[in-house]
Each structure stands twice: as structure tokens, then as C-alpha cells.
Write a protein that binds this ligand. Structure first.
Ligand SMILES: [Zn+2]
Length: 258
């Protein structure tokens, strides 16, 4: 495998796309799943339409039986058409609107491709259609952008909503509690080996941010931008645009609480 491709578990390999930026960290992780010994694979989030990236993905994936999407953002989906043409494989997504012809995913369903068994876990929050995939025969979870390998994710207001996001984190925490998930295979950044610790950190971080937003409002902040200026002093200014989306989601959430 090349330097951007790696076998991570018995069933999961990743190829990282060359699209690094502030939001995608080192780039989008395309995940390739295959049951040991099986001929066909499942590709999750083929990523940007970069021919070199797709060549690498196909080199690892071989015969693709199914393409899955964790959510609609471009850095995960933009190659969907060219990838469908190159593989002839069907695609599935929670919101089939952006992915013409895709059969919608249903929360709780089991997908089986040549013995590879995946559980669909609806995790709205980052976007309304965010979805995680759980490997049913090993304690690994593909998290898309719901949980990142490093740092925290944004709530992409108005499509992303904080209340459902907190519920989604709690659902994932429960899967860890039940011993079903130990490892997180994220849409960006490195693999997480201690899923429970990172989910606890995410839950704490969101509460901390809410407390900071409340304090900023008490201190006289009147709109999302001024809240960002109060709260996100620890974050590089180039990320304040994204932070503003998360703040809007937090302001909506706080408004609904009162
Ligand atoms: Zn992404």
C-alpha cells in the first residue's frame, strides 16, 4: 500500500485523499471494508473527484459491492458520480436527494456484503443526515464527521442541530458502554483507539462551550459573531467562520431550553 493507504483492522483499510485544509485536517479518509477472504468490498465516502485518489481506492478495494456515504458534505461525496461509473456499484445514503438513485439507509438496519456485516446508526447533528456505520463482527465504528480523529467537529447550522448532536454522542457512548464499540475510524484524522474517552471529551466540550456561550450572552454579546469573539479565543481566527455556525446552533439550542 502507498503512504496514504493503510490497513487498520482485519476488515478496514483507509486511503486518505489529498484535500487537506482547516476543515478536513490532513484530508478525507475513504474507508474500504471487506470480510476476510471475501471477493467484494464496501467503500465508505469515496471523497473528492481526484483521479489519483480514486485509483488508489480502487487498487485497495478491488471489486466494489456497495458504496456508502456518512453524510452529504462535498469532501466525502463529490466523486460519487465518477466512482459509480468506474465501479458500477450501487450507493446508499441517509439522504438520497443528493445521491440520485441511492437507496435510503434506515437507522438500525443491518447491511451484509459478502459476509461483511454493518449496522447503520443514525447520528444527526453535524448535518441532519450524518450516519455512522458499526462493524458488527469487531468493535469498530465509522464515524464520518460526527467524531473526528483530532479536535472537535462543527455543528453545520442550520442543517446541523445541537440537540440531536448531543443525543447522537450519547447513543455512541452507549455502544461503548455495551462493549460494542472500542475503536473509531473517523472521516478525518487518525484512528481513535479509546472511543469512550474521546466521546466523554466531546460531551464535556459541548457542555463547556454552552457554559461559555451563556457567559458571553450575560457579558453583553448580542449576536453569533460577538459570541465567537468572546468564546473562541482559543481557536485560530481562520476558523471563526465555522465557529459562527456552531455558535448559531448553540444559540438555537439555548433558546429552545428557555
Ligand atoms: Zn468532512
Amino acid at each position: 500500500m502507498s503512504d496514504t493507504a493503510a490497513k487498520v483492522t482485519e476488515r478496514a483499510s483507509t486511503v486518505r485523499a489529498d484535500n487537506p485544509n482547516l476543515m478536513t485536517l490532513e484530508g478525507t479518509n475513504t474507508w474500504i471494508l471487506r470480510e476476510p477472504g471475501a471477493s467484494r468490498s464496501v467503500v465508505v465516502d469515496p471523497g473528492p473527484p481526484d483521479a489519483a485518489h480514486l485509483d488508489k481506492v480502487l487498487e485497495v478495494a478491488g471489486d466494489v459491492g456497495l458504496v456508502l456515504f456518512t453524510h452529504r458534505h462535498f469532501d466525502h461525496t463529490e466523486s460519487m458520480q465518477v466512482f459509480a461509473e468506474r465501479t458500477g456499484a450501487p450507493a446508499r445514503a441517509t439522504d438520497p436527494e443528493y445521491c440520485v438513485g441511492a437507496e435510503p439507509l434506515v437507522d438500525g438496519e443491518t447491511i451484509d456484503v459478502d459476509g461483511l456485516r454493518l449496522g447503520v446508526v443514525a447520528t444527526p447533528g453535524h448535518t441532519s443526515d450524518s450516519t455512522c456505520f458499526r462493524l458488527l463482527d469487531e468493535p469498530s465504528l465509522l464515524s464520518g464527521d460526527t467524531v473526528l480523529g483530532r479536535g472537535t467537529t462543527i455543528i453545520a447550522h442550520p442543517d446541523g442541530v445541537l440537540g440531536p448532536y448531543l443525543d447522537s454522542l450519547a447513543i455512541l457512548r452507549e455502544l461503548v458502554e455495551e462493549g460494542l464499540v472500542e475503536r473509531i475510524l473517523p472521516g478525518h484524522g487518525p484512528v481513535i483507539d479509546d472511543a469512550g474517552a474521546v466521546l466523554d471529551f466531546y460531551l464535556e466540550h459541548r457542555q463547556e462551550r454552552l457554559d461559555q456561550v451563556r457567559a458571553a450572552l450575560d457579558a453583553g454579546a448580542t449576536d453569533a459573531r460577538s459570541v465567537v469573539e468572546h468564546v473562541y479565543t482559543d481557536v485560530d481566527e481562520s476558523l471563526w467562520g465555522a465557529a459562527e455556525l456552531s455558535v448559531k446552533a448553540q444559540l438555537d439550542y439555548l433558546q429552545q431550553q428557555t
